[in-house]
Design a protein around this ligand. Structure first.
Ligand code: KIV
Ligand code: ZN
Length: 388
């Protein structure tokens, strides 16, 4: 691995994330999420696509005015009208980035753009040159890059870097790649673009095959240094690479390469809850890192292990990401150790005999009820004592 060890986190919850079917955030929601992303410590916030609608324009403008710290990016297709609108929306930003893009795959160029490759190349270079007249920080994305011809991409990237692009983004727009292929693809682009060292290589992976995070990590190993992602992995169709999974995978496993992010990990859970509440998109219970069950232990064997030593069944400390809830779930698979500990936490002192009887009652109840709450335990102990 060459390049810097610092991985840039480009959050696109407010742009690609908002493109999740059924999600629409109002201005106030976007400012609130923007502020939280700043607390989370992301490097770049893509606040929206200003030409898309007057509401999007106003939201990018408001985020640029109010959220300080991270770079604020606005998306623009590779044409002057889009770039003008993005530049206007970003005027008040402390650090503004114009993110311009055009599709480069044969499928997109032929059927969607109806342009020849050389016309696409010319539009890309023109767009970057024009965006540079507003800000020194210009990112260029080759939409559907993974299904594009590598030689064509290298030629195009060489020219947009020469035109002043500081970040080169290589999206897997339709989530088609596998980790090994994508890593090799990024390597081929880095090796085939002579001036690539003048730009940061970025990746933007969609999750159609559930591989967005794995692909992003493979790209990192190949030399990419910016990861585009969203909180809770929300986004078009099956979503984007999930920010919390990338950050914690980097911290937990990739620190051996010295790679890390500037993310304030203790804000991860709060960010996830906020995005879920404001978008109305529930987080699945078994979602890695932020799902309700991500750190929950139900089986007796696991509970016994965790109560003796957390690392038996936990590879991360939930407190680190801001989760302080009790992670021992009492259910029908739970054993005596967890049951006794919970009663102790609740302040019940039971004799061995009382404990034995209460445990039998608990098991009977757990066969009927999926999760036993503290209130259930209180009733159970009271009943036990009354019957004595
Ligand atoms: O998925 C994609 O290709 C995009 C680009 C606009 C970066 O969202
Ligand atoms: Zn995307």
């Amino acid at each position: 691995m060459s390049q810097s060890k610092q991985v840039v986190i480009f959050d696109t919850t407010l742009r690609d994330g908002e493109q999740s079917p059924g999600v629409s955030l109002n201005l106030h929601d976007k400012i609130e999420i923007g502020m939280q992303l700043a607390r989370l410590g992301v490097d770049v916030i893509e606040a929206g696509f200003p030409i898309a609608s007057p509401g999007d324009f106003e939201a990018v403008k408001a985020v640029a005015e109010k959220v300080k710290g991270p770079i604020i990016a606005g998306l623009a297709r590779a044409n002057k009208k889009d770039i003008d609108r993005a530049a206007e929306a970003l005027r008040a930003a402390e650090h503004a980035r114009i993110h311009t893009f055009i599709a480069t795959s044969d499928i997109h160029m032929r059927h969607k753009l109806r342009m020849e490759p050389d016309q696409v190349l010319e539009a890309a270079v023109e767009a970057v040159r024009y965006a540079k007249t507003f800000t020194s920080d210009v990112e260029f994305s080759a939409e559907d890059a993974f299904r594009s011809d590598v030689a064509f991409l290298c030629r195009l990237f060489e020219q947009v870097i020469r035109a002043g692009a500081k970040t080169i983004n290589i999206p897997d727009t339709v989530g088609y790649a596998t980790p090994q292929e994508y890593g090799q693809f990024i390597r081929d682009i880095i090796n085939g673009t002579p001036n690539i060292n003048e730009a940061i290589v970025s990746v933007h992976c969609h999750n159609d095959l559930g591989l967005a995070v794995a692909n992003s990590l493979a790209a990192l190993e190949a030399g990419a240094r910016q990861l585009e992602c969203t909180v809770n992995g929300i986004g078009e169709r099956a979503g984007n690479a999930s920010l919390e999974e990338l950050v914690m995978a980097l911290y937990t496993r990739y620190s051996i390469y010295g790679l890390d992010t500037k993310i304030n990990k203790s804000e991860i859970y709060r960010s996830s809850r906020l995005v879920s509440n404001l978008t109305g998109m529930a987080v699945q219970a078994n979602k890695a890192i932020v799902g309700k069950n991500a750190f929950a232990h139900e089986s007796g064997i696991h509970q016994d292990g965790v109560l003796k030593e957390r690392s038996t069944y936990e590879i991360m400390n939930p407190k680190m990401i801001g989760i302080f809830e009790n992670n021992i779930v009492l259910g029908k698979h739970s054993g005596r150790h967890a049951f006794r500990e919970r009663l102790k936490e609740l302040g019940y002192e039971l004799s061995d005999e009382e404990m034995q009887k209460a445990f039998l009652r608990f098991k009977m109840l757990a066969d009927r009820k999926r999760e036993i709450t503290d209130a259930d335990l209180a009733v159970l102990v009271d009943d036990e004592r009354r019957e004595e």
